[in-house]
Design a protein around this ligand. Structure first.
Ligand SMILES: [Zn+2]
Length: 163
């Protein structure tokens, strides 16, 4: 699925590391800076980069117009909450996915290019390989197992219910 050029970009606070990974898998540019930055620093980075600041903290949610207080406690509900708020489509597949580890962009690579880096069985059976331009991690169908599709289905279900 092609995302419009105006897709919102996000920055998750320290409490929302899992949400950040899953927003990336849905194809959204999402920064996560761990527990290091102070609230004021997070707010400043979000504003400078034109990102929506996603937070579980009431005080932090009050700092600017482009902040979203994430109310749900579970990952699926959090993802549904953010996608709904920004009128983004429910997740279907990993076509637009970014690297869940580092937010890098995935590029198609040939089996030859990854032959030395993946297990022989995977090299023989996987239909497609992509490499992260950031951390160089290699992705292939099945990297995330069935779990990701189960989670996406739950998010779609949650979004359909709240329409
Ligand atoms: Zn990466």
């Amino acid at each position: 699925m092609n995302k419009p050029a105006t897709s919102p970009r996000f920055l998750c606070d320290a409490m929302l590391g899992s949400l950040a990974r899953w927003l990336r898998l849905c194809g959204y540019d999402c920064l996560y800076l761990g527990t290091e930055p102070e609230d004021a620093e997070l707010a400043r980075i979000a504003e400078n980069e034109g990102r929506w600041l996603l937070t579980r903290d009431h005080e932090l949610a009050a700092v600017g117009p482009k902040t979203q207080m994430v109310r749900s406690g579970t990952l699926e509900a959090q993802l549904a909450e953010v996608l709904d708020r920004h009128e983004l489509p429910p997740p279907e597949d990993l076509e637009a996915a970014r690297c869940s580890d580092c937010n890098g962009i995935l590029e198609d690579v040939s089996p030859d290019q990854v032959a030395a880096e993946v297990p022989p069985y995977v090299l023989e059976t996987a239909e497609r390989f992509r490499r992260c331009g950031g951390c160089r991690r290699i992705y292939w169908p099945g990297t995330h197992g069935e779990q990701i599709h189960i989670r996406f289905a739950r998010v779609r279900h949650t979004m359909a219910r709240t329409e």
